[in-house]
Design a protein around this ligand. Structure first.
Ligand SMILES: NC(=O)c1ccc[n+]([C@@H]2O[C@H](COP(=O)([O-])OP(=O)(O)OC[C@H]3O[C@@H](n4cnc5c(N)ncnc54)[C@H](O)[C@@H]3O)[C@@H](O)[C@H]2O)c1
Length: 292
């Protein structure tokens, strides 16, 4: 499935939704971005446009390609506007009831063969899919943050996911230029099983004075070959999201390595959530959710 004749809908214009929408328009899909909140919708769309502008400045996109991509984006707060979608990618708050309700509502609006993708980090795909009348077309697609840049997407079927939906999902993600790994519908999939304990250990290293945020970030990019250090990444992810994901995985896996260090709670209480509030480990004076 490629080309502008097919339609992608992204539900939720936050950190992940704006990144996923960027990828979809770059791949040539007409992309409807839906959010309940007008301000979040505007900010998400601005993030998509900001990324496209930056791509032109970096010589990765021509001015014409930017104009073509911009013309493919449509923002809405009206759920009925996503009716023409061939693929719906749910990237709303990590809340089981909210995701189930949304899938139930989408079921009644979109076509029968429309794929329903959920970008949950910690919830069961099967439990989310139970909100849909047709759970066979619900697939877990876990994008890595920043979604506009990171190639990998984890694919996890729910208990009732149909083979056609699984295959169509792999094809769709391929058309976005993503690399896929198929995993099980289990807490944290593959990536967060490794990433969350590692991020927690980096925060503990900072708390204990082993290094500064800058020196730990430099050590990780310089020696481990990561594209960005843990504190740059956590500021993009959002400290609230890290706290939520880490706590939920701890609750499900009962492994203390997942429990968020005390510093995370203090930062969240202070509103220092990262890029989205202008301050996390670092401070920011631009309005971009993934800063690129
Ligand atoms: N942040 C990450 O690093 C990351 C990585 C992978 C997956 N995820 C998952 O992606 C999802 C979104 O996370 P995020 O960090 O982008 O969250 P976010 O808080 O940045 O954005 C969520 C957006 O969804 C909107 N929203 C809430 N309910 C809605 C509804 N019913 N319909 C439409 N819009 C609605 C909110 O207004 C908000 O703009 C979560 O399930 C999260 O676990 C996050």
């Amino acid at each position: 499935m490629t080309g502008q004749d097919r339609v992608v809908a992204v539900m939720g214009a936050g950190t992940m939704g704006s990144g996923i929408a960027t990828v979809a328009v770059r791949a040539g899909y007409r992309t409807i971005v839906h959010d309940l909140d007008e301000d979040n919708l505007k900010r998400g769309i601005d993030t998509v446009f900001g990324f496209l502008d930056k791509s032109v400045a970096l010589g990765k996109l021509t001015e014409q390609q930017r104009r073509d991509a911009v013309a493919l984006v449509e923002g809405t707060t009206d759920l009925d506007a996503v009716a023409p979608a061939d693929v719906v990618i749910e990237a709303i708050f990590e809340d089981l009831d909210a995701k189930r309700q949304l899938l139930g509502a989408l079921d009644a609006i979109v076509g029968e063969r429309t794929l329903l993708h959920t970008n949950t980090s910690t919830l069961s795909v099967t439990a989310i899919a139970a909100g849909a009348k047709r759970p066979e077309r619900v697939v877990g697609t876990h994008y890595c943050n920043p979604a506009a840049l990171m190639k990998l997407v984890e694919v996890a079927d729910g208990r009732h996911t149909a083979e056609w939906a699984h295959q169509a999902t792999l094809e769709f993600l391929g058309s976005l230029g993503k690399t896929t790994v198929v995993t099980k519908d289990r807490p944290g999939f593959i990536v967060n099983r490794f990433l969350i304990p590692w991020e927690n250990s980096c925060i503990e290293a900072l708390e204990s004075g082993l290094g500064t945020k800058e020196s730990i970030d430099s050590a990780v990019t310089g020696a481990l070959g990561h594209p960005m250090g843990p504190f740059t990444l956590l500021d993009i992810v959002g400290l609230d999201i890290h706290q939520q994901v880490a706590t939920r995985l701890y609750e499900q896996l009962r492994d203390p390595r997942f429990f968020p260090p005390a510093m995370v709670g203090r930062m969240v209480a202070a509103g220092d959530l990262g890029r989205k509030t202008g301050r996390g480990f670092y401070t920011y004076d631009d309005n971009r959710l993934f800063g690129l």
